[in-house]
Design a protein around this ligand. Structure first.
Ligand code: HEM
Length: 477
């Protein structure tokens, strides 16, 4: 499948012209449309103006890219020419500090190298048992036929898994409070994204007070985890131990502030996105009983009454396709941003330093040039070699290039293991009277949650997770 790239849609480019785009309002640019309906606005812009669209966030110049080859230019080929510190990220530095998601340059590179072993090989595979154990504990508490918010369940579950796997910490008693705090943070992030200017956190607006309180709550959990480990002094071989044992060129350990930034980043980046992938999967399955029946049949055939383990992953092909397809239609990270650090060129257009670059998996994943009947939920589309045929970056739920999601394999393994464990015991009946509205904040959340009625399928599930090497989803190869 060819990536037609930007030339097909922007035929008259020259060094002088700027890409086409809608005319914005003075001062606020396109912020009103973005605030009202970002998903619809960006999709319409891409359809109407092509692969490179000129926009303005307030007075900031921005480009919306939806051609895979232009995305590749930014994320891979010329990645040194772009940084993360965009219009968006400067609103949330108090949350992530200088953690992996937001740091830059040599500092980021060093931190990434330190964290990488926690997300690879046998260590990654060893998280499978934690994922299955935590999920079983959660679903065992579900009352058959009683309505519940599946998204809230997944938020708590994935937070508990990330804390246990990466920091060997049980946060069960903190989950409800953390969950509320994360909601308050993301609500405030949404408000801030739609503002044309930055209002410092110290200004006592009600939203800022809630934001600061929520941040304190998240920090207190993280600081407790770090404190416990310091007093314990044991090398648990997990991510936290790796970060704590690291020494810089002077032999000094990582300062507490940096440990805090990395831990907050990994807990937040690592749990909400995976919870969202599962929530949107269940939302789509609820609307497609035929797909749900095939999913359940595969799980029954592969597992019977045995608990799933990482060894089963290569045989849970359809389960993996369901998750892959759900992340195509509802990518948890629906937009990826960069800022040009120097004057450059994208797709033949001159791009001045300081321009914000926006790449939206939501828009790209729904483009009919790459996907037949793109609005349809068809996990079978991934059964052949679509993943290999697609242009690189026509499917990018985890971004790409050097800044690709460090947790991509962790997340796909987790999503498949959780989905298999839930489906084995319950059929989740979607409560249609509760409307589900996608709410694009920093992530793509279901406003009001995903309400389901769990109908019991199998009560007894036995077995142990194993120590196999982790299998990699074909969509990630
Ligand atoms: C379905 C689940 C997930 C999705 C859709 C997702 C998506 C993404 C995307 C798109 C990026 C790149 C952002 C950019 O280029 O600006 C990213 C980066 C990142 N993700 Fe994930 N993520 C998921 C799960 C996880 C998990 C489980 C973890 C950790 C436990 C994690 C930790 C991170 C970190 C630390 C980064 C920054 C990496 C760097 O810049 O070096 N993510 N994620």
């Amino acid at each position: 499948m060819a990536d037609a790239g930007s030339p097909a849609t922007t035929p008259q480019r020259s060094q002088e012209c700027s890409p086409p785009g809608p005319k914005g309002l003075p001062v606020i640019g396109h912020l009103l449309e973005i605030r009202r309906d970002p998903l619809g606005f960006f999709s319409t812009c891409s359809e109407r103006y092509g692969n490179i669209v000129s926009l303005r966030f307030g007075t900031w110049p921005a480009l919306l890219l939806s051609g895979p080859s232009d995305v590749e230019t930014v994320l891979v080929k010329n990645h040194h020419g772009f940084k993360k510190n965009t219009f968006f990220w400067r609103h949330v530095t108090a949350i992530f500090g200088k953690g992996l998601l937001t740091s830059e340059g040599e500092f980021w590179h060093r931190q990434r190298r330190l964290a990488a072993p926690a997300f690879a090989g046998q260590r990654l595979a060893s998280y499978g048992a934690i994922m299955v154990r935590h999920t079983s504990r959660v679903v065992e508490r579900w009352k058959p036929d009683a309505a519940r918010d599946f998204h809230a369940d997944m938020m708590g579950l994935t937070l508990g898994i990330a804390a246990k796997a990466l920091f060997d910490s049980e946060v069960e008693e903190d989950v409800a409070a953390m969950d509320k705090a994360v909601n308050a943070l993301t609500d405030q992030i949404a408000v801030r994204f739609a503002r044309p200017f930055v209002i410092p956190d110290v200004v006592p607006l009600p939203g800022h007070i809630r934001y600061r309180r929520a941040l304190r709550r998240v920090e207190s959990v993280v600081q407790r985890i770090i404190r416990e480990r310091r007093s314990d002094r044991q090398d648990k071989g997990d991510l936290l131990s790796m970060l704590m044992q690291a020494r810089d060129e002077n032999g000094d350990p990582m300062p507490d502030r940096q440990l805090r930034d990395e831990a907050v980043t990994l807990l937040l980046a690592g749990h909400e996105t995976t919870a969202l992938a599962l929530s949107w999967t269940v939302y789509l399955l609820g609307q497609h009983p035929d797909v749900e029946a095939r999913l359940s049949a595969e799980i029954e055939a592969v597992l019977g009454s045995r608990a799933v383990s990482v060894e089963d992953l290569p045989r849970l092909r359809f389960t993996d396709q369901v998750v892959t397809e759900a992340m195509r239609l509802y990518p948890p990270a629906w937009a990826i941003g960069r800022e040009a650090v120097e004057d450059c060129e994208i797709g033949g257009y001159p791009v001045p330093a300081g321009t914000t670059i926006l790449m939206s998996p939501w828009v790209i994943h729904r483009h009919q040039r790459y996907f037949d009947e793109p609005a349809k939920f068809q996990p079978d589309r991934w059964s052949g070699d679509l993943a290999r045929q697609l242009p690189r970056f026509a499917y990018l739920p985890f971004g790409g290039g050097p800044r690709i999601c460090i947790g991509n394999r962790f997340a796909t393994m987790e999503a498949v293991l959780i989905l298999a464990t839930v489906t084995q015991r319950f059929r989740l009946h979607l409560l249609r009277e509760r409307e589900v509205v996608p709410f694009p904040s920093i992530t793509l959340r279901p406003k009001g949650g995903i309400w389901v009625k769990p109908v019991a399928r199998r009560r007894e599930v036995h077995g142990q997770a194993s120590k196999a090497d982790v299998w990699i989803s074909p969509s990630l190869k």
